[in-house]
Design a binder for this molecule. Structure first.
Ligand code: GLU
Length: 285
């Protein structure tokens, strides 16, 4: 591909930065850097009641602590005018319409959508069951699917790398892309991160131990955290387990991202932390 590779990390500032978000940010960063591409941070703050400044600050601090530098940054809420232009155009051409209750719905063409995922291979959905789904609350209030598709298109995103929980969102987003003639990005859905008992790592069940700050406050180093996150769902295909960020940029590749859930094991992280600590000592001599 001679097109410049552009990835994005679009967290919503609605809670403390999750270790799963850190892993998603890392994989987007590695893939962009490896290909001399661009890595964009987009704060998805259109949900005004749930988005909070303190959580946005926590995103910036977390990325900085991890050493994941982005090339561009914007807030979704600053792009209302652009979103509105698309909504008006789509209302005009009939691809979306205002329903009786004033919400805006997408006119579903009811067809099969097939896409090729870099991790999971070919995935096919029949979109009929999605009906005419809601796309905006008003011309000034696009919902997630529409805002994501417009912003990804406007930013020329080539690869959408995100958690597996977003697979079911993909067919809706592809239908929207097709109506606004946006090229389809390449998708890569990363395996879920699981607790040692194989349940999904969630704040409700696992409390603060899902947040990056929890590990940061316990004294784990960013180098160990990055190394550990890289191995959550990916392996280098060799016996090597200890990597620095520049080494990861070199070796990272989607062909060795697995489909199965990745278990978050703090003991392994602690072991890596000691290894990186010792590496640091030899370097400082
Ligand atoms: N804001 C969404 C999230 O935090 C982004 C999902 C996506 O990558 O499209 O889950």
């Amino acid at each position: 591909m001679n097109q410049k590779i552009i990835t994005r990390f679009p967290p919503s500032p609605t809670g403390n930065f999750h270790v799963g978000s850190a892993r998603t940010a890392l994989f987007n960063f590695l893939f962009a850097r490896k290909n001399n591409g661009k890595f964009i941070l987009r704060i998805e703050d259109t949900d005004k009641t749930r988005s909070k400044k303190e959580f946005e600050d926590n995103i910036f601090e977390s990325l900085e602590w991890l050493g994941l530098k982005y090339d561009e940054f914007y807030r979704q809420s600053d792009r209302g005018k652009i979103h509105r232009t698309y909504i008006e155009k789509m209302l005009d051409d009939g691809s979306i319409y205002e329903a009786e209750d004033k919400i805006i719905r997408f006119k579903n063409p009811n067809k099969k959508v097939k896409f090729n995922d870099l991790v999971r291979g070919e995935i096919e959905f029949d979109t009929t069951e999605l009906k005419d789904f809601i796309i905006a609350k008003s011309v000034d209030e696009p919902l997630y699917h529409l805002a994501v598709v417009i912003d990804d298109f406007e930013s020329n995103i080539t690869h959408v790398i995100r958690g597996e929980d977003h697979i079911s969102n993909t067919p809706r987003q592809i239908l929207i892309q097709e109506t606004i003639s946006a090229p389809r990005p390449i998708y890569a859905h990363l395996p879920l991160i699981l607790a040692p008992d194989r349940s999904k790592l969630s704040k409700r069940k696992h409390g603060e131990s899902v947040s990056l700050d929890y590990y940061r406050n316990k004294g784990y180093s960013p180098e160990a955290m990055i190394n550990y996150l890289a191995l959550l769902g990916w392996n280098p295909g060799t016996e090597q387990e200890i990597f620095t960020l520049p080494e990861l940029i070199n070796v990272f590749d989607f062909s060795r991202v697995h489909k199965g859930g990745a278990i978050f094991d703090e003991k392994k992280l602690a072991w890596m932390n000691r290894k990186h600590f010792n590496l640091g000592k030899t370097r400082d001599k």
